[in-house]
Design a protein. Structure first.
Length: 178
């Protein structure tokens, strides 16, 4: 069996998860290819998906969903078995991740066979913290901004080994490889 791991990554978090998934699937005795989705590679990703038994589609959370190029890719997966995985700088709460997964799942055509999904928190770039600090300088007592900085700091260690194992386990279970 051959699986296509097709991912879109901004800061490297989703790429890390995709590579770990590839290693796990290869370790389970199946072929797994990696293809990154960018505005220029949507067609190549679509070809990889056509040749696969199932697609593991990875995304970084962009305003509560996925990027437009990932949405374009997902829209072409009619008749395909799909497992979604993603990373988000905010959160860590299962309900938040579930809302994001549902938002991304809505990009799949009805004829896609949705196998499930999993998400984890991912670290954010230093410019994000600088933006939060500038906001806090203007409103030093704002608990929302203080919470944003605390979340940024908590995210700095993610994806970690626990996150990677959880996503790998969910993917393998969804693909009946366990």
């Amino acid at each position: 069996m051959a699986y296509a791991i097709v991912y879109n990554s901004k800061g490297g978090n989703t790429k890390m998860v995709a590579k770990v998934l590839q290693q796990a699937l290869t370790g389970a005795g199946v072929e797994a290819t990696l293809t990154e989705v960018t505005p220029d590679t949507v067609q190549a990703a679509a070809q990889a998906a056509r040749d696969a038994e199932a697609v593991l589609a990875g995304f970084w959370c962009d305003k509560g969903s996925c990027t437009p190029e990932m949405a374009d890719f997902l829209a072409g997966l009619a008749g395909t078995r799909v497992f979604l995985f993603g990373t988000a700088g905010f959160g860590g709460e299962p309900a938040y991740f579930a809302r994001i997964l549902e938002s991304v799942r809505a990009k799949l055509p009805e004829a896609a066979d949705y196998l499930g999904g999993a998400m984890c928190q991912g670290k954010m770039g230093p410019a994000v913290r600088q933006r939060y600090e500038a906001m806090l300088a203007e409103k030093p007592d704002d608990p929302r901004i203080q919470s944003m900085i605390a979340n940024f700091d908590a995210a700095s260690t993610h994806p970690n080994a626990v996150d990677l194992e959880a996503i790998t386990t969910a993917a393998k279970q969804s693909l009946n490889l366990q």
